[in-house]
Each structure stands twice: as structure tokens, then as C-alpha cells.
Design a protein around this ligand. Structure first.
Ligand code: XLS
Ligand code: CA
Ligand code: CA
Length: 441
């Protein structure tokens, strides 16, 4: 019998419905329940974030670790990594989540030099592969941590020192190998320190070109090893860097277009990063989806009173509804999923808190899915929007959209038709319609 890290959870978490008062049960998320043509599990593709859930210590800017995790107690780093991996797979099985995500340095410890770090990674990947085969759990995405080590203080791909660039590329090579070996469905690039602290020491154009080069090399290597997963870039405006180059969805899309990278990437949109950029989650999802580039989601939420990345578990139903409206509109999340890039609060020190946190996030998004699906099927909102733009689908408006009218012709047309009549955007009515799906009948 393997060591049990979560003995309080005596059986897998199951759906018990809204009437259940069992805190270790789903009230909405019922993995096999069909919503339209797909099951909830197929729509939502939930993933656990390895770094927060198994490596998080509860530390913050004012204090060190607050959690005592039983899987983190061994003094030997590789033994600790193995214990952590087994705890993770026990957690995935008991929670009933199909996917997980990791950084190379979450799952395997940094060695005394690069070669040792690579060997550590390979060893843990081989253990993870066995556990995946035994449990049927899958890797949603892997990534390289190119921001914790002091060598990356001035960036990785955008570092002014070519030596650091080469190290970062070598690390990406191994993280890609690890992701491919584990059948990862995506690979994420989050550029935590790809940005600047001051423009006084920064050649902005050079760093942009370097970063583009970094991505092109990664694409070449992806082709070389035949990795079929989707490449994703995750926008974030700041933190840890003062200014990050992948500021938000629109900035990343324009960078990808400028440097001929657009065909090779989609976006991984994180709720808390969107709000840090001064947008709503709904906004950044919409911007990505409108370009056909919404690839995956980091499902968390920030605290609007705090100006930093709090990475809380998502409990806001409106955000979940709006997110799922965008996902349903584009026909699903594809090879992506909903990764809980979220951490239990520093004060939530028990391991059982990790279950409550995930159950809450899963129920919130399951409810968001159900409501978004109803809104879509009823079609009232879509009809309203369609009608709002209908003047472009025929007659003079259609000609405008096809670029067929000159400014002189527009002037003439206005002369004939007079000034336009203002039309209401009916926002309050639409908000009430959304609420009508939430209020109990
Ligand atoms: C940090 C980011 C990071 C990425 C993966 O703020 O969210 O965790 O998701 O490197
Ligand atoms: Ca994230
Ligand atoms: Ca975050």
C-alpha cells in the first residue's frame, strides 16, 4: 500500500448535486453529464497546477513558508521530488481531474549544474510517465521556469547577454523533450522576466528581435523532434518585471504578427493577468478568440482591491459564465483546458483546503458552462448582437464592409438619407437577461 498523503479524503470526490451539504462533493460538476454534444469533463478539461498545489509554501513578500506538506519533508531533493509526484497523482485521482501542468523546476530539483538539472528532470519524467500510464492522467502543458534562477534576472530570451539566451534555449530544449515524452498536449511560454526594469539600460528593439528569435528557435526544435502539441504564449503586463513584453492578448498578437510567428502560437489567457492589465477576463478572452487564437485558460481570479497577482481560486460566477460564452462561441477550447493556476491562501494551511479550493473552482466553471450553454441555445443575446450590426449585411452597409464605397459616395448617401437615428445599446436589459439564467426559477 502506497503512502497516503490525503487520508482525510477516503474516496474520490463525486457529484452529489446542489442539495448535498458534503464539502467533499461536487454540487454542479458532474463529469459525465452532457451539456450539448459533450460531457462536462470534455468541455472543461480541468488541470491542476503543480507549482501552486504541490510546491506552494504559502510564502509571500513578508514571510517564508507557512505550509508543512508531508510530501515535502524528505531531506534529499530527489526523494522529495518523487514523494511530491506520488502525492500529486493521489490528488488527481481523488479529485477526479484528468490533467496537470508543470514547470521543469516544479517537478524536478535544480542540480549543481545544468547537466545535473537535466538528469534530475529526466528521472522524474520517467517516474511521471509510469504514474500517467497507471492512472490515465494526462499532461495539459509543460513549460520551462525561466524566471526563478538569478541568471534570468534580466530576462531569458530577451536577456542582454547571449550566454544567458543560450542557457534559456538549452533549458527550453529539455522542457520540450519532457513535455513531448509525457504526451503533453500543449507547451506554454510565460515570459515573467521578458521585459525591462528601466529603459535607460534597455535596447527595446533589440530585445524584441531577440525574443522573436527565441520563439523561432523553439519552433524549429519542435519540428525537429516532431512534437505535435500546441505552442501557447501567456500574456501578463508586469510582475515580476516592471514591464513585460507579453503585456496582454492584443500586444502578444501584434508581436506575433510583426515577427512572422502567428501561425505557430495560440494564447493561454489567465484571468488575473487580464485584470492586472486593466482589462476584464472576458475582454482578453474575447480579443484572443476574435483572432482565432484562444488556446487555453488559466482559471483563477485576482483581488480587485490588491494591485498584484493574487492567483486565487475562481469563485466568481459571472466571470465563469462570460468565459464559457467565449469558449462555446469558438466551438470549444480545443487541445487546451482550464488550468487552476491558483493557490490556497497563506492561512489555509491544511491539505484538505486544496480539495475545497479545487472543488469550488470546478463547480463555479461547471455552473458557468451550464448557464453559458443555455444562453447560447436560447440565442437571445446572439440575436441582439446580430441585429445590432444588421445594417452591414445588406445594401449600403454591405458595400461599406467590402470596401466598395468612396468617401464622396458616403457623403452623397448621407445627403440622400439624412443623419442617423441613435439606437440604444440596451446594456441593462442584456444584464437582466444574463441574470434571468442565474436566478432560481
Ligand atoms: C505567473 C504565471 C505562470 C505561468 C506559467 O504569474 O501565471 O505561473 O502560468 O509559467
Ligand atoms: Ca498562469
Ligand atoms: Ca498569475
Amino acid at each position: 500500500m502506497l503512502h497516503e498523503y490525503f487520508p482525510e479524503v477516503t474516496k474520490p470526490i463525486e457529484y452529489e448535486g446542489p442539495q448535498s451539504d458534503n464539502p467533499l462533493a461536487f454540487k454542479v460538476y458532474d463529469p459525465q453529464k452532457k451539456v450539448g454534444a459533450k460531457t462536462m469533463a470534455q468541455h472543461l478539461r480541468f488541470a491542476v497546477a503543480y507549482w501552486h498545489t504541490f510546491r506552494g509554501t504559502g510564502s509571500d513578500m513578508f514571510g517564508g513558508g507557512a505550509f508543512e506538506r508531508p510530501w515535502q519533508s524528505a531531506s534529499d531533493p530527489m526523494e522529495r521530488a518523487g514523494d511530491t509526484l506520488r502525492a500529486a497523482f493521489e490528488f488527481f485521482q481523488k479529485l477526479g481531474v484528468d490533467y496537470y501542468c508543470f514547470h521543469d523546476r516544479d517537478i524536478a530539483p535544480e542540480g549543481s549544474d545544468f547537466a545535473e538539472s537535466c538528469r534530475n528532470l529526466e528521472e522524474i519524467v520517467s517516474q511521471a510517465k509510469v504514474l500517467q500510464e497507471e492512472t490515465g492522467k494526462k499532461l495539459l502543458w509543460g513549460t520551462a521556469n525561466l524566471f526563478s534562477h538569478p541568471m534570468y534576472t534580466h530576462g531569458a530570451g530577451s536577456n542582454p547577454d547571449a550566454h544567458v539566451f543560450a542557457h534559456a534555449m538549452a533549458q527550453v530544449k529539455h522542457a520540450l523533450d519532457a513535455t513531448a515524452e509525457l504526451g503533453g498536449e500543449n507547451y506554454v511560454f510565460w515570459g515573467g522576466r521578458e521585459g525591462y526594469e528601466t529603459l535607460l539600460n534597455t535596447d527595446y528593439r533589440h530585445e524584441q528581435e531577440q525574443l522573436a528569435r527565441f520563439f523561432h528557435y523553439a519552433i524549429d526544435y519542435k519540428k525537429e523532434i516532431g512534437f505535435e502539441g500546441q505552442f501557447l504564449i501567456e500574456p501578463k503586463p508586469a510582475e515580476p518585471a516592471k514591464h513585460q513584453y507579453d503585456h496582454d492578448a492584443a500586444t502578444v498578437l501584434s508581436f506575433l504578427r510583426e515577427f512572422d510567428l502567428l501561425d505557430h502560437f495560440k494564447l493561454n489567457i489567465e484571468a488575473n493577468h487580464a485584470t492586472l492589465a486593466g482589462h476584464t477576463f472576458h475582454h482578453d478572452l474575447t480579443v484572443a478568440a476574435a483572432a482565432g487564437k484562444l488556446g487555453s485558460i488559466d482559471a483563477n481570479q485576482g483581488d480587485l482591491q490588491l494591485g498584484w497577482d493574487t492567483d486565487q481560486f475562481p469563485t466568481n460566477l459571472y466571470d465563469a459564465i462570460y468565459a464559457m460564452l467565449v469558449v462555446l462561441e469558438q466551438g470549444g477550447i480545443g487541445s487546451g483546458g482550464l488550468n487552476f493556476d491558483a493557490k490556497a491562501r497563506r492561512g489555509s494551511i491544511r491539505t484538505i483546503d486544496l480539495f475545497h479550493a479545487h472543488i469550488g473552482g470546478m463547480d463555479t466553471f461547471a455552473k458557468g458552462l451550464v448557464i453559458a450553454h443555455k444562453i447560447k441555445v436560447d440565442g437571445k443575446l446572439d440575436e441582439f448582437v446580430k441585429d445590432r450590426y444588421s445594417s452591414y449585411s445588406s445594401g449600403f452597409g454591405e458595400k461599406i464592409m467590402h470596401g466598395k464605397v468612396s468617401l464622396e459616395e458616403m457623403e452623397k448617401w448621407i445627403g440622400e438619407h439624412g443623419d442617423p437615428t441613435p439606437r440604444s445599446g440596451r446594456q441593462e436589459l442584456l444584464e437582466n437577461i444574463v441574470n434571468s439564467y442565474i436566478f432560481p426559477g
